[in-house]
Write a protein that binds this ligand. Structure first.
Ligand SMILES: O=C(CO)[C@H](O)[C@H](O)COP(=O)(O)O
Length: 225
């Protein structure tokens, strides 16, 4: 496995200072951007204009997580704007392959996300159409919730396929990741860890990213022993 990646979630940042908040985590692998529409989830955050501004404000690749209805209509513009990853929810569309193809055609990596209660088995066959699988370890909608370890069986199942060479994709986890929970996620084979409150809820977000990366690296190490 490659070195663990950390993606701070700006959901926990100060929305009036997003450029500075991105700067505060400059060493991060991806910057996770939670787009919520108050329909697919009961919360409303930001949309394409803010993403376009963020793209001008930071060099960190943007990892856009669309918690929205109708991704077929709304996801490709995020790719056209220059987002690195555009991830949408399996539960939000009947044709995830078509959405993934459109995202890739528009120049971004395509990601599929599953809520905690959504089984992964029906999607294993189509994961070759994706560059990222985002396993939700809280109910999508809000930061600061408690980690749900029961979702890790999904990560283990997909990790097995990646390690066997049957799939090439980044396995990402989102929700409740902090220095107490990141090791169990790393042991399950997660490549990329989203963390909101554990990064932006601290006085030193850059140090928080380093601490998370070190813990994940320590725990992933014994995977290859
Ligand atoms: O997608 C999300 C919520 O739907 C957030 O990215 C996630 O919850 C991060 O926040 P925290 O690390 O505080 O749990």
């Amino acid at each position: 496995m490659a070195a663990p990646m950390i993606a701070p979630s700006i959901l926990s940042a100060d929305f009036a200072r997003l450029g500075e908040e991105a700067e505060a985590v400059a060493g991060s692998d991806w910057l996770h951007v939670d787009v919520m529409d108050a329909h697919f989830v009961p919360n409303l955050t930001l949309g394409l204009p803010v993403v376009q501004s963020l793209l001008k404000a930071t060099d960190i690749p943007l990892d856009c997580h669309l918690m929205i209805e109708d991704p077929a209509r709304w996801a490709p513009p995020y790719a056209e704007a220059g987002a690195y990853n555009v991830t949408f929810h399996a539960e939000a569309t009947d044709d995830p392959i078509a959405v993934a193809k459109d995202i890739r055609a528009a120049g971004a990596r395509a990601g599929l996300s599953v809520k905690p209660g959504t089984p992964i088995e029906p999607y294993l066959e189509i994961l070759r159409e994706f560059d990222t699988l985002l396993v939700m370890s809280v109910e999508p909608g809000f930061g600061g919730q408690s980690f749900m370890p029961e979702v890790l069986s999904k990560a283990r199942a997909v990790r097995k396929l990646v390690d066997a060479g049957e799939l090439t994709l980044v396995v990402e986890i989102d929700g409740g990741i902090n220095t107490d929970t990141i090791e169990q996620a790393a042991e399950a084979g997660i490549d990329c860890f989203v963390a909101g409150s554990a990064v932006y809820g601290t006085a030193d977000p850059a140090a928080a990213v380093r601490a998370l990366r070190a813990k994940a690296a320590g725990a992933s190490k014994h995977l290859s022993l």
